[in-house]
Design a protein around this ligand. Structure first.
Ligand SMILES: [Zn+2]
Length: 259
């Protein structure tokens, strides 16, 4: 296990000072690896806070390049970044924030088997993607690897956030997505307010730190729902669906198709 240098003890003093967090948990962060999938609005905010808070290694996955319409909310990028790969600019910016953090990047779409290989090498996965197909893929691969997943979504003025730990009695993302039906909008169709994705990306970073260091009570089996219009915060609990094709009781390994 890598120990904290004197400089790091100083840099992370305000976290180390937190009651019950201490040097031990800061050291866990230094030895942690986080996979961030999607470097849009959520991924920019989540990765910035994880870099600043002392995570040892992150891998960034996104196959998109930066466009003008990303700049309202994807705060790692500037007008000069347009047409460049998101992961390349993100890596540059994050290494300025934390030169000690190791940053790997992947700028292509992965099939399930490739994604599972990458997931296996990390302690936690953060889903910052913006579409149902990717979310379902990340969920089934994390379920297979039993790797904790922090899932966030923000659209219009609303956001959702939850954490999956894939313990036997706990639900998966598909248990939840079955409940909302087929009506999935994207930000292109519906729009999204800039600070809302920043809020949710920040909460994803916070929940990741909690899961990695076993600090506090992560949002497992509960969904945080925020309505930015009225600033109402609500939580609903949700349970494992026994008929879920991913984690349900009928589940067999053959039920999960690997591309
Ligand atoms: Zn499920």
């Amino acid at each position: 296990m890598l120990t904290l240098t004197d400089q790091e003890l100083f840099r992370y003093d305000r976290q180390i000072a937190l009651h019950g967090f201490d040097i031990d948990r800061q050291q866990v962060l230094k030895n942690s690896t986080v996979l961030i999938i999607g470097l849009g609005g959520l991924g920019c905010a989540a990765s910035l806070y994880l870099a600043a808070s002392g995570i040892g290694k992150v891998t960034l996955i996104d196959f998109d390049t930066i466009s003008e319409s990303n700049l309202n909310r994807q705060i790692l990028y500037t007008p000069k970044s347009i047409n460049q790969y998101k992961v390349d600019i993100a890596k540059q910016k994050l290494s300025q924030i934390n030169p000690n953090m190791i940053i790997d990047t992947i700028n292509q779409k992965l099939v399930d088997s490739e994604l599972m290989t990458v997931i296996k090498q990390h302690d936690i996965v953060i889903d910052c993607t913006d579409n149902l197909t990717s979310r379902e893929q990340i969920n089934r691969c994390c379920f297979q690897e039993k790797k904790p997943l922090v899932s966030g979504a923000a659209i219009r003025m609303e956001g959702l956030l939850t954490v999956f730990n894939y313990e036997d009695d706990q639900p998966c993302y598909h248990c939840l997505s079955q409940l909302f039906g087929q009506n999935q909008l994207t930000c292109i169709e519906a729009g999204v307010m800039a600070p809302l994705v920043g809020m949710f990306g920040s909460i994803q970073a916070l929940e990741s730190i909690k899961v990695l260091t076993k600090y506090g009570k992560p949002l497992v089996g509960r969904v945080l729902m925020v309505d930015g219009m009225t600033m109402e915060f609500n939580q609903v609990t949700f349970a494992k669906q026994s008929n879920c094709i991913i984690c349900g009781n009928q589940h067999t390994t053959q039920a999960i198709k690997c591309k």
